[in-house]
Design a protein around this ligand. Structure first.
Ligand code: ADP
Length: 488
């Protein structure tokens, strides 16, 4: 079976968050053991600025589709890279749309033509799906940027002579981002006006790309079982809970895995020393090195806490800043490292914290993939107090790298971390529930107590480092889903 994954981000070429990691790792997992080499996997994503310059093996093809956007035909060009005989990355080049400084935004402002940019991506995915010599049986679209894919395919089937379009699977990585545009943007799609209604893409007098995917795909998944339940509630449903409840039978949650080639402390080329569950001496070297790199005193006796994230309300960044401040003011002894970028006020809050406690707090504002590996390797504890968290990847990376996660019990955090109160023998981290500074403070104090109990800390760390979050198991669940939508 051939499956085409359509995505706006793909690690290592383009990334703002977990979507990029997930799609790249899923594709590898599907092409490898989970698909037992019999699945053929193609992935399509935009050719953003800088991709050709920093990655080898991407070849231009003569295929230059002309894609209708509103009244114009916009020409693109496909490039491709064959990673394995059964795994191909396709890139769609359209300099006017994708040769820009950001993926979705610049200077914190979304590009004004994002509807056209991602309509173009969705149509390009369908050009591949329809005209590849070995057409896919399933297209698996991800998030709002490719939400129109199932709707556009249906239109081509009913009115464009596409007799056997592929089955459609749609994955929600974050329901809070919906691709909501003014009604006038419907004209860009070229679809008839009567195709825009509340059972397709219309939502509160807007065009909603995500809703198009949710209403039209044969199967819907999200990235953890707990988030799949949470999004059926008003608290987490972002206004789409009613629709999701209607599609309950077609909705499931599959926890993301980890790309164990990229995230392996025993082989990671970004680390100054390597380590594994049986020998943590390299982790001490990594801790001292990251303390030095971040300008903190090199002292392996002080517990090192960390967070790497988009700085936003979703991730609990404000809670982290206020809790770290309160605990340090109260004289608790630890260091804290923040890597991230996002809302200006939060960036400033962490800069300010680092100025106030120069021996205790270091903040690096920006996006640095290699540094994120070194921080995971050096940290003793990883804070993730998300307000909501569809899956979350950093807690999984932290488990593998021996940074005990301190997480809020929501979404994928609930599904991937085991608190001693749930199961002492299998415990891997510390969980708390209320989204309050008091609850996070209490959880961090537990972590600091754990630090003073090396045997117990070693137990949690060992459990986390040896837990299996490889993609083999999860990819097999997607294979079963693809097979089931093809049988329907
Ligand atoms: P989300 O997709 O909601 O942002 P995830 O936890 O699913 O959150 O994935 C975030 C990914 O982005 C992780 O791989 C994380 O390490 C990475 N990341 C986030 N911010 C940064 C940053 N400033 N520098 C490097 N990597 C980052």
């Amino acid at each position: 079976m051939h499956v085409l994954l359509a995505t706006s981000e793909l690690n290592p070429y383009s990334k703002t968050g977990g979507l990029a990691d997930m799609v790249a790792a899923l594709a590898k997992g599907l092409a490898g053991p989970a698909g037992r080499g019999v699945l053929r996997i193609s992935v399509v994503s935009p050719l953003y600025r800088g991709v050709l310059g920093s990655h080898s093996g991407i070849e231009p093809t003569p295929w230059r589709p002309a894609i209708r956007i509103g009244d114009s035909l916009v020409e693109g060009r496909f490039h491709r890279k064959a990673l394995r005989p059964n795994l191909t990355h396709w890139f769609v080049e359209q300099p006017g749309f994708y040769d820009r400084a950001g993926l979705y935004a610049e200077a914190q402002r979304d590009y004004a033509d994002n509807a056209a940019r991602f309509l173009f991506l969705s149509r390009a995915a369908l050009v591949l799906a329809r005209h590849l010599p070995d057409p896919p049986r399933v297209v698996h679209a991800h998030d709002w940027q490719t939400g129109l894919v199932p709707l556009l395919a249906r239109h081509e089937q009913l009115q464009g002579g596409w007799t056997q379009p592929p089955r459609m699977v749609f994955t929600i990585h974050n329901l809070a981002f919906q691709g909501s545009f003014p009604l006038s943007s419907w004209d860009l799609t070229g679809l008839p006006a009567d195709w825009l209604h509340i059972e397709s893409a219309r939502h509160h007098d807007r065009v909603n790309f995500l809703k198009a995917g949710l209403t039209q795909a044969q199967a819907i998944t999200t990235v953890s079982p707990t988030y799949a339940r949470e999004i059926l509630t008003a608290e987490h449903g972002c206004g789409l809970e009613g629709l999701l409840l209607k599609r309950y039978n077609d909705l499931g949650g599959i926890l993301n895995g980890v790309d164990t080639e990229e995230w392996n402390p025993a082989t990671d080329p970004d680390l100054p020393a390597r380590f594994h569950a049986g020998d943590l001496s390299g982790k001490a070297v990594c801790k001292a090195a990251v303390q030095r790199e971040m300008g903190l005193p090199q002292d392996t006796a002080v517990p090192l806490l960390a967070n790497i994230s988009r700085l936003t309300d979703q991730k609990g960044s404000e809670l982290i800043a206020s809790t770290v401040r309160a605990l340090l003011k109260a004289g608790e002894v630890f260091q804290f490292v923040q890597l991230g970028s996002g809302e200006r006020a939060l960036e400033n809050a962490f800069r300010d914290l680092a100025r106030r406690f120069p021996d205790r707090v270091a903040a690096r504002i920006g996006f640095h993939a290699a540094l994120s590996h070194r921080i995971e390797a050096g940290a003793d504890f990883y804070l993730m107090p998300s307000r909501f968290e569809p899956c979350g990847l950093n807690q999984l990376y932290s488990l593998r790298y021996g940074a005990v996660p301190v997480v809020r019990a929501t979404g994928g955090l609930q599904d991937s971390v085991v608190d001693p109160r749930e199961n002492a023998a299998l415990a891997t981290g510390i969980k708390f529930t209320p989204y309050t500074e008091a609850a996070l403070r209490h959880a961090v104090l537990k972590a600091l107590a754990l630090w003073k109990d090396p045997a117990w800390l070693g137990h949690l760390r060992h459990n986390g480092m040896t837990a299996d979050f490889s993609w083999d198991r999860q990819a097999a669940e997607y294979v079963a889903l693809y097979e089931s939508v093809c049988r329907e």
